[in-house]
Write a protein that binds this ligand. Structure first.
Ligand code: HMG
Ligand code: MG
Length: 304
């Protein structure tokens, strides 16, 4: 197996992880979570999103969260932006990186951002152009890269074409989202075979939800394909309000444990990450979705 020697973990727990939670977390607690995540050695932490508060109430305090976090040197703090209004809000907060998010499924695009794929690309092209002209970096997401909760299977060619469109707009990286976590290693391999014919692996990241427990296996397939950027969410929090049945993202702790076991450098400290996950789980009145965090916790209580 030839795997990358170094992998960048993009922590999405404060955004993807929390956006679906009904318990509204205080801004101060979101800030405390992000500050704890910064202290783990992560180099990319998605903070929040500038979307409609009617659609996603949990993200309504993006301004307060951005104003309150400590920005560590060398760490990027991207924020999700769906349209010009979101970008203007982001610019007024001094954001240095945004993420735009398209979908490979028409129905998901309509449900998620209330427009067709073509309309979204037109909108995102203007958003990306303006962001870049202000010196703001732009990352691109593609949702439903394997399957859509409304349309079923998605053709890899659709994903590859979309990735090229987002790169043409100036995105520096495309994160391939298995939004509902339906993909299996065979499907991910088939997807990446097609996408990497058109897009360099250096410009790709993977973003796997773990609904069917396939995420770690799928990440391994992505590593084998040469992809070295992995999105994940502390404590396995997450889900998309517009993707019924979608579970959380793969837990960052579990991804890190696997990377450590494979001798792949990430720069992230597992114990600090587990603490950050347990901190947010206490506030959400739930146990961690990370198997590694649970294993460590039960090991500690056995020792006591
Ligand atoms: P819309 O209703 O078509 O927008 O929503 P509109 O332009 O017609 O405006 C309607 C109202 O929303 C207006 O307010 C606007 O001002 C307001 P009113 O005049 O009625 O009081 N509005 C906004 N407010 C704040 N910030 C904004 C904004 N834009 C309009 N940026 C819109 C379109 C995209 C805004 C809406 O559909 C929306 O917010 N959707 C939420 C999308 C979302 O956050 N989804 C979850 C994240 S994506 C994801 O999780 C997938 C990912 O993780 C990858 C994966 O797993 O696959 C990234
Ligand atoms: Mg997601």
């Amino acid at each position: 197996m030839k795997l990358p020697r170094q992998v960048k973990l993009v922590e999405v727990g404060a955004r993807d992880g929390l956006q679906n939670e009904l318990v509204i977390i205080e801004s101060a607690d979101k800030i405390a979570l992000i500050d704890r995540l910064s202290a783990t050695g992560l180099s990319a932490i998605e903070v929040s999103s500038f979307v409609s508060p009617q659609h996603v109430p949990q993200m309504a305090d993006a301004v307060e969260v951005l104003a309150g976090i400590e920005r560590w040197p060398g760490v990027s703090y991207p924020i999700l932006v769906p349209n010009r209004k979101g970008l203007e809000n982001a610019l007024s907060c001094g954001v240095e990186e945004i993420a735009i998010f398209a979908a490979a499924s028409e129905t998901f695009s309509e449900r998620n951002i209330n427009c067709s794929i073509a309309q979204s690309l037109e909108r995102f092209s203007k958003v990306a152009g303006l962001a870049l002209s202000k010196g703001v970096k732009v990352r691109g997401y593609i949702s439903c890269v394997v399957g859509c909760p409304y349309e079923g299977d998605i053709a890899p060619e659709t994903v590859a074409d979309l990735a090229l469109r987002l790169l043409d707009m100036g995105c520096y990286e495309i994160s391939l989202g298995d939004t509902t976590g339906v993909g299996t290693p065979g499907q991910i391999k088939a997807l990446l075979d097609v996408v990497t014919e058109k897009v360099s692996v250096q410009q790709l990241a993977v973003h796997f939800h773990d609904t069917y427990g396939q995420a770690l296996a799928n990440i391994l397939v992505a590593l084998e394909a040469g992809i070295a950027v992995v999105d994940s969410s502390v404590a396995g929090l997450g889900g998309c309000p517009f993707a019924p049945g979608a579970a959380g993202n793969v837990a960052t702790e579990d991804v890190l444990y696997m990377m450590n076991g494979l001798d792949i450098h990430t720069g992230v400290e597992l114990d600090k990450l587990i603490d950050a996950g347990l901190f947010i789980c206490r506030l959400l009145y739930r146990s961690s979705g990370s198997k590694v965090a649970l294993a460590r916790k039960s090991l500690l209580s056995t020792r006591c």
